[in-house]
Design a protein around this ligand. Sequence first.
Ligand code: SF4
Length: 68
Amino acid sequence: MKFNWASIKFKVDIELCIGCGACEAKCPEVFELVDNKSQVKLDPVPEEFQEGALEAEDNCPVQAISHE
Ligand code: SF4
C-alpha cells in the first residue's frame, strides 16, 4: 500500500480577515469562522482538501490566506 504524506500549511492573517465567510463556504473542512475571524482547522492540510483550500485562498477578497 502506498501513502502520500504531501501536505501544505495554510495560514490566515487575522489582522486582514474581514470575516466574510467565503473561505468557510468554499472549504469548510479547512476553514472555520470563530468570532468573525477565519481559523485554519487542519494543519497541515491533507491532500484531499488542498485544492479547495487553494481556491479559498484565491477567492479571499483581502488576501488574508497564505500557504507554504
Ligand atoms: S475569505 Fe478571507 S476575509 Fe473572508 S473569512 Fe476567509 S480569510 Fe477572512
